[in-house]
Design a protein around this ligand. Structure first.
Ligand code: ADP
Ligand code: MG
Length: 323
């Protein structure tokens, strides 16, 4: 059973709300606005190493939630913080709070509550450290973006660059090597992702569908394809990649950019007559957007090489339960 089969089978029920389980955010209509709400958890040794910098963790725990709000085109408003802590270490907590509120204040997003508990004894020590944030954002009524809504003929776009966070992991586990500057650039992308909130807001009324790239481009594109009942074609050469990734061997570049998670860029679709507006949205939001392919009526996702031939892509998206 995969993570998504599990959610579909045991936790998906008909929803009374504008949108329930199955998208980046649930959507709740409330008079003069639509609320977007999302919940994401970080677990020690699953999502981060035990020696992770607490300031970066505070930033990332909120960033991954704001990224889901961005995918819904929502403006962040407030969040709840639930912690299972192995110990009350003042230095750790101060640094964690610094990272957390640094990002919260940048987006004027207020901490309004939460829950704090001590983690139980776990093997030799208490743990694992678990951080769970629920974030709430809003859009004008009915203007939130979702994974559904991509139409055949729409362009496929992605913000920023892809694969740097996955390269950071490959550098950390020794399966790749790079110079000090490239290492630092990639770990910054992994540790302190920038949620594309300002871009998401500007895509309201412009994008036909959107998702944030948290599990890898192909896997997240498959979510758009499934919810929109379409297929897609993308061109490998057009995928935006950093200088650091371009210095790596071709096979690693492909694995990182096509299947690497943790980038937190926005993947979106829009009709071709909105190209200039999408580019302007990226410019206004301070992040470049790149057209990487198009939406097709036929199901399936194809990656084309420079000659227009189908590329083998033997990668699967990250899945917590795939056996
Ligand atoms: P994302 O990566 O965008 O945060 P996920 O892949 O974590 O989304 O989750 C996919 C969908 O399943 C989301 O709509 C999420 O809210 C929902 N979901 C995940 N776990 C559960 C659960 N235990 N109960 C209900 N819905 C869930
Ligand atoms: Mg998401």
């Amino acid at each position: 059973m995969t993570e998504f089969e599990l959610i579909a089978r045991f936790f998906t029920r008909p929803s009374r709300e504008r949108q329930g389980v199955g998208d980046d955010c649930a959507l709740i209509d409330a008079g003069d606005r639509t609320f977007a709400i999302t919940c994401d958890m970080l677990v020690e040794q699953r999502h981060f190493f035990s020696d992770a910098d607490p300031e970066a963790l505070g930033h990332k725990a909120l960033a991954v939630n704001l990224s889901d709000l961005a995918a819904a085109g929502a403006t962040p408003r407030c969040f709840l913080l639930a912690l299972a802590l192995p110990r009350a270490d003042e230095g750790w907590l101060a640094a964690f709070a610094r990272g957390l509120f640094g990002l919260a204040e940048a987006f004027d997003c207020e901490l309004i509550g939460g829950d704090t508990t001590r983690a139980p004894q776990w093997h030799e020590a208490p743990g694992p450290l678990t951080i769970c944030i629920t974030a709430l954002g809003e859009t004008p009524p009915g203007q939130a973006l979702s994974r559904a809504g991509a139409r055949p003929g729409d362009d496929l776009w992605v913000s920023g660059t892809l694969g740097d966070a996955a390269l950071a992991l490959a550098l950390a586990d020794g399966s790749a090597t790079a110079g000090a500057a490239d290492r630092q650039a990639c770990s910054a992308r992994f540790d302190r992702p920038t949620p594309r909130v300002r871009l998401g807001e500007r895509l309201r009324g412009l994008a036909s569908a959107a998702i944030d790239v948290s599990d890898g481009l192909l896997g997240d594109l498959a979510h758009i394809a499934e919810r929109s009942r379409v297929g897609a074609r993308l061109r490998w050469d057009d995928l935006p990649r950093s200088e650091a990734l371009r210095r790596q061997p071709a096979a690693l570049q492909q694995r990182c950019a096509l299947a690497g998670g943790d980038d937190y860029e926005l993947l979106l679709t829009a009709p071709p007559d909105r190209r200039a507006q999408v580019i302007a949205a990226g410019r206004d939001a301070g992040v470049p957007v790149t057209r990487i392919g198009e939406i097709l009526a036929a199901p399936g996702i194809a990656v084309l090489d420079a000659d227009g031939a189908n590329m083998e892509t033997p990668f699967s998206a990250f899945d917590h339960f795939r056996s």
